[in-house]
Design a protein around this ligand. Sequence first.
Ligand code: AMP
Length: 353
Amino acid sequence: MMALDAKQTGMKVIILDPTPNCPAGQVADEQIVAPYADTKAIEKLADKADVLTYEFENVDLNALEDVQDRVYLPQGTNLLYTTKNRLREKNFLRQAGVKTAPFMAVHTSAELKDAVKKIGYPAVLKTSEGGYDGHGQEVLRNKDDLDKCAPILATGDCILEGWVPFNRECSVMVGRNEDGEITAFPVSENIHHDEILHLSIVPARISSELQQKAQKIAVQIAQAINLRGILGVEMFVTDDGEIYINELAPRPHNSGHYSIEACNFSQFAIHNRAICNWPLPQVELLKPVVMVNVLGQHVNGVRQQIQKKADWHFHDYGKAEVRHNRKMGHVTILTDDIEATLAEIDNTGIWGA
Ligand code: AMP
């Protein structure tokens, strides 16, 4: 989606991805097929490019550091260094002056017991690096759950977080360029199934004061991290109007996909503009919207809807292999009635109860 936008504005796109003819490769001018840690391949990409960008946390940090002097890497490496490790990220957020769940670094079961004493139940143990979509996490409700934590502790550095009793999960995409211009997207309300993003609803069903507060926090974080490009800021909103930052995505984010149709500029357009230091517009929501993810198990059902739903925007990423719980595409529905659209999605029966 980033490549599609770049092509539209006349940029030439070369991507590096280990899978031949991967989704981005199908749109790019050229694909370098190589692992994300292949230093030689990253050097080759850097030498061919005017601007180098990453949109994935697991890109090799050392390889990026090595090519920084041969190519313009607007996002830099600090953003990746900070966001690829939950503990570093939480420490950064704390220093930036925003609220997070209470947290402690944990390496051993003794440290875990100690941390639980301080943080209390319920809590959630997470691997510090490499986890996604709920992988590498264990929720601890009482001391019986401590025994389940051995596999996570065995993976290396971990973090124990106190449970935030949230009312809504929201996110804000925020873009910033080298000149320091900033633009924040509307607040998205995110609903997860099995810890995978299922739906995004925009505007989020929270008060306009809270929406403004959420955008202000996203801007504060963008400034604190000296952002260039786009950042996804995931947050928990509680009943009493507190906002806790859960995590950061140093790239376009699934919860921002709605912006392709629903905003005057998409998250991909803002990222591309920001990394080229083009001026940034004020992003506006043109119409309320619901975005629903299409996982492997939803593909057949959704394809049948193409003949039925004239006003649904269908996105298929072109992934070769359909797998259960794999993100294969998404559907965007602009609407004047969010609740009716949610019911319409439910009524298809594709996404289950
Ligand atoms: P994460 O990978 O950190 O985004 O966690 C996956 C999901 O687990 C989140 O979207 C939340 O629904 C839930 N979760 C994670 N951490 C917490 C927390 N500290 N308090 C409450 N819910 C959490």
